[in-house]
Design a protein. Sequence first.
Length: 314
Amino acid sequence: MTLRTPLILSFGSINIDLTARSQRLPRPGETVHADSYAIGLGGKGSNQAAAAARLAQALDVDVALAGRVGRDAFGAQARASLEGFGVDLSPLHDDPDHPTGIALIGIDASAENCITVAGGANMAVDETDVRAASPWLDRAAVLLLQLEIPQTVVLAAAHRTKRAGGFVVLDPAPAPEHGLLDALWTEVDIITPNESETFSLTGIRPTTIEEAKKAAEALLAKGVRAVLVKMGAKGVFWHDGTSSGHIPPFQVTPIDTVAAGDCFNAGLAVALARGESLPEAARVASACGALATTRRGAADAAPEWSEVAALIQQ
């Protein structure tokens, strides 16, 4: 019997990013002049798929993306970009009634950013997309989920992959105003909140390792199997309900933080698909996120596996 290549499936949003760079971000009611702008692939679902596919080029891992784009120029651009990364787009559908999602991104001289998203076709994703993607959901070794499509769809996708024996990873971004659906917690194997998302979900701001541990325990109590708290410049705290630990940050010089979280989750998925333990996978993820901050762009900031391996060995 021939073993199938492990599959990572990202089920989520596909956007085109319009990014403006300025010395500082505008205050409410203010206009600032940008030094430059760029138009490129974005959206958490597509970013994580693209980043995973770039890592997987040197590995025996397949990567696919499910979701929707509009039948417009931005949709065509997104498809072309994703194909360039090597992502299988068989589960990705064109929506004749809604435009491709876009994100308006401002980045200042210190690499801080603010983002406004117009979801478009992403917000029209529904249970029909889950049914259409069922062959990939059933096969996925790791399912990457985010919250830029309706939560009911996230729940249905998670349930399908979990039932088939796959591993479900949730990036709870953007943090929902009213929290996660109760039923979603127990469908998630690993949740990966950053500092602000951790605060939104638990009321605890993880500025120290002890606070990160308390927040992780609060999330575990809701039903997830494991937690990775992304603490920014303070590293990553992991907890699987039995063991826990802190991974110090990798020393890099950041210039753009837009893609860090998505590359983190992509690295996590690739490591898990290769059979790595949670702490080992968290270290790979941390290295991927760190490398992503050293270059500009969203999907284009994703590192290659050789770069990740070199950073981990330092």
